[in-house]
Design a protein around this ligand. Sequence first.
Ligand SMILES: O=C(O)c1ccc(O)c(O)c1
Ligand SMILES: [Mg+2]
Length: 636
Amino acid sequence: MPTPPFVKSIATVSLSGTLPEKLEAAAAIGFDGVEIFENDLLTFDGSPADVRRIADGLGLAITLFQPFRDFEAMPDPIRARNLDRAERKFDVMEALGTDLVLVCSNVQPHAIDDPARAAADLAEMAERAQRRGLRVGYEALAWGRHVNRWRQAWDIVQRADHPALGLIVDSFHTLALEDDFAGLADLPGERIFFVQLADAPKLSMDVLSWSRHFRNFPGQGQLPVTGFLKAVLDSGYRGPLSLEVFNDEFRAAPARLTALDGLRSLIHAEAEAGYGPGLPAAPQCDGVEFLEFAVDAATGAALARLLGQLGFRHAGHHRSKAVDLYRRGGVNLVLNGEEDSAASEHFQMHGPSVCAMAFRVDNAQRTMERASALKCLFWRERVGEGERRIPALRAPDGTLIYLVNDDPAGRSIWEDDFHLLPGADDADSPATGTLSGIDHIAQALPFGRMDGFVLFYRTVFGFLPDGLWELPDPYGLIRSRALVSPDAAPGRGVRLPLNISESRRTATGRFVGATAGAGVHHIAFASPDIAPVVEGGLAAGVPFLPIPANYYDDLAVKHPLDDDALDGLKRRELLYDRDGAGEFLHAYTDSFDERFFFEVVERRGDYRQFGAVNAPVRMAIQAQLREDRWPERYLD
Ligand SMILES: O=C(O)c1ccc(O)c(O)c1
Ligand SMILES: [Mg+2]
């Protein structure tokens, strides 16, 4: 049901920095309000009234003050003390200018297991709050001593039967216990005083540690937050939606980056739940139309040479810029050496590297509108007369993503903008093999940025995250997670494996260091028949990685391959994987200028993965080649 947008709020605990920095970041990104987490106030060198003034100046509401701990159902001398403690916090709330306090369920071992006592205590607190124009919300912590599910908290709220006492629900506590959330829809919405949202990856550990360190924003984890939110909103609740995320990486990340991810997540969650103003539909992504490399004259010539060895033809010059098109089969690669452009800026920052990707989408305009509603940044390149303006947005690392309307009948972007060279399209034959398209584009991300990239591709493009892989590099661990367009098939769709590493010495860590940030570190071409493609490449001098004999000995044991098949793999330096649905054959090149490298892959049957089992072999060989190469690089 379309509704006005909900008030969007974030708990200060979700952001890094001092309290003023947190408030400033939340406001700058566009949140309407913040939950003040008590610790942030206790460590702030100013009064609650100062906080109020800062928030006012930034146009932020203070939606809630929290948490008030271990209050209800305590034995006697403590009960009275707790009510005094509540009065002191009411003073703070008045100065902060917020009318709602969150009481989380008691975790103390000596709390009394009696819902009637809990209800009586909360009713007394609510009565005192009401005298001061304030309200109390009660939240079940998943690790509460006696109350850990929302139904128990709701039962207590009902027993207390006080208008200034309501329920607070938090998706994490409910979903972490795999508790029923559908029943939330049957509550009277006005009795829910506040809604907190958080997602999390599925991990097997105690729920308290899980909650305090690994929560993330809706859409970044694996919990059914959308279903939870829909149930809550179906109750008629119309108060704020607030993100409450305890996460070690968020505590260290720049607050504005985290806040932007948070707001994007909340806008998307609201729309996915079927509320708020809604979002234009996500695009259907048919594939990658082109990849663009930022180069200068020397690296451009070297890259063109390597592409030639890989069977690419020089297929066109740009009409007005120092930009060239290289093509093989269904793969278009653009080398951009134009000065004073987005590409040259990228080259200055990152060296020779992929500066843009172009996705074929069913509707570029609608996709741009969706991206805009999700707070993406855009880019407008200079265009010459008669040239086409291709809409472009910026990925979180600044890489451009062009959106090309998938219009087989229409005039192609290449005809509009390029002088195409004759005969460039028909070089491939069955004997040479061909490339059908770009199978996947792997990116290396700075540590701590995985969740932000997952959210970007998931919300803007509707890509689906695969499971998490942990890959051992000789110098540390790499974590990898792929985002895949929903209808990807061999030669079609978009696949984006994302890699991070804590170590600076792994392939991923070195890449992030060498290129000053995130970026594409390998590009895989799909081929319907990899054997002739690799043979042609080897004959032309492509530096395919030499695969150790031990690898093939092990392969013979793991998979039912006959001698011929095994020999065919060995001769062509091919790696191999199979799962229930199909097979995967692939070969990697050594890296170009110590930066990115290419891969050729053949998918047989319905194989959906990326040969992750072979990635450690690749990383070990690349590490070894680097060792072997250093004298020639430095002692010439
Ligand atoms: O981890 C906690 O203690 C804590 C405190 C307040 C909350 O709202 C919550 O969800 C967790
Ligand atoms: Mg909470």
